[in-house]
Write a protein that binds this ligand. Structure first.
Ligand code: SAH
Length: 397
């Protein structure tokens, strides 16, 4: 059976949804995203749907469907678990010449919901002669192709974003960038990258994209950070769309604040795209949750690049006295002094520690020790060091 694909522009138009179960729960968010005014008719609804109703995002008539409910509807979704009700809803819609999707019976349905994916302003809908699994498989393949760039979706230059996007690339595995980050990266004309950003992300950029390796900028009279800011701003002022790609989250020990200020001062439009920080993702990748109900109710992320002493802004004594999880970044070199300061502050010498090196990459290595032995336990850059009871409860992954 073949279908005629169309895109419904539902902005401001009423849509009737009958039934408040998981199918309605899956469809309603997309109807809302398309701007539809949703009337839900159902005696019961999922928590998410009742939250929508409570927030006024949909109208919910808490009762069984009755004839006439679809009078104002441009489009109807019959998604109850009672086939006879769905059939009645569909029959009435048909009598009124209103398109209706019957969720329970594709063959009896006048319209089908297609397998759908959206990436970077491109929307793809797939049907496969009524075989939803096959349609979903093709949809997944196309969506993956769009994300990796294997399927090109060239855009009109005038619709490109302008200015600078500060994009967190995630902890190391290229798959852990956000969809928004990837979407912007695919449109970049200039990418200013640093060493901890996944190389695979750069490999997928087009030949015409200028890649500036921040680690290789000449020092000269300026610090590299000033050079980075200058390159970003200069290129953006030339009218190029610049992505500043950082490992983890750019605002966690990533000097993102300085880059943001540089853009704002230069009057360059700037978008901030958060990334998955190694401070949380690193422990997670080693099976260590930074919090755990009934075990620990706080975690602190500290940099160890300055050893404990007058130069450090971290109150190591207070951290030692607490009982929360401590996550250390940039602490490989100073780990012995930090462990000593924490123990001096009151942390038990036997407190469990995990050292997660190259977290989330194929080279990930995890070592364990007690806090007292941190200084003599092997550790290499880049490592996240997680200290606390949660480190001792780590599950093997
Ligand atoms: N903005 C980054 C952190 C930058 S500071 C973020 O949010 O993740 C650099 C430090 O991050 C490194 O010294 C190391 O401690 C940690 N780090 C970053 N990526 C890492 C990874 N894949 N594995 C382990 N540690 C990592």
């Amino acid at each position: 059976m073949s279908v005629y694909e169309i895109g419904l522009r539902l902005q401001g138009k009423s849509v009737l949804v009958v039934g408040g179960g998981s199918i309605a729960g899956r469809r309603v968010p997309r109807l809302l995203a398309a701007g539809a005014r949703v009337l839900l008719v159902a005696p019961e609804a999922t928590t998410t749907l009742s939250d929508y109703a409570a927030a006024g995002e949909i109208q919910w008539e808490r009762r069984e469907w009755r004839s006439g409910d679809g009078d104002d509807a441009w489009f109807v979704l019959a998604a109850t678990d009672a086939p006879e009700v769905n059939a009645a809803v569909a029959a009435e819609a048909e009598a009124r010449r209103t398109w209706c999707v019957r969720a329970d019976d594709a063959a009896a349905s006048d319209a089908w919901t297609l397998a759908h994916a959206e990436f970077d302003g491109v929307s793809v809908a797939v049907s496969a002669s009524g075989d939803p699994r096959r349609a979903a498989a093709v949809r997944d393949a196309v969506a993956a192709g769009l994300r990796t760039g294997e399927i090109e979706a060239p855009r009109n230059r005038t619709t490109r974003p302008a200015g600078v996007a500060l994009v967190g690339a995630g902890p190391g595995d290229a798959d852990l960038i956000t969809l928004r980050g990837l979407e912007l990266l695919r449109q970049a004309e200039v990418v200013v990258s640093d060493r901890l950003a996944p190389q695979e992300l750069l490999d997928m950029l087009g030949e015409d994209v200028e890649i500036v390796d921040a680690a290789k900028l000449p020092y000269g009279r300026h610090t590299t950070q000033e050079q980075i800011n200058a390159v970003m701003v200069e290129r953006a002022l030339e009218g190029k769309f610049v992505v500043r790609l950082k490992g983890g989250d750019g605002f966690v020990f990533g000097r993102g604040a300085e880059e943001l200020d540089a853009c704002l001062e230069a009057g360059v439009p700037v978008e901030v795209v958060p990334g998955l920080s190694s401070s949380i993702a690193g422990p997670a990748a080693a099976g260590v949750p930074v919090t755990e109900r009934g075990v620990v109710h706080d975690f602190t992320v500290a940099t160890g690049h300055v050893p404990p002493g007058p130069q450090s802004k971290v109150n190591w004594t207070a951290l030692g006295a607490g009982n929360g999880t401590i996550v250390l970044l940039m602490a490989v070199k100073n780990r012995a002094a930090i462990a000593a300061a924490l123990i001096e502050g009151g942390r038990a010498p036997e407190t469990p520690v995990r050292i997660v090196e190259n977290a989330t990459t194929k080279n990930q290595t995890v070592r364990e020790c007690a806090l007292a032995d941190l200084g003599v336990t092997e550790a290499h850059h880049p490592s996240v060091i997680v200290i606390g009871d949660v480190a001792g409860r780590a599950r093997e992954l």
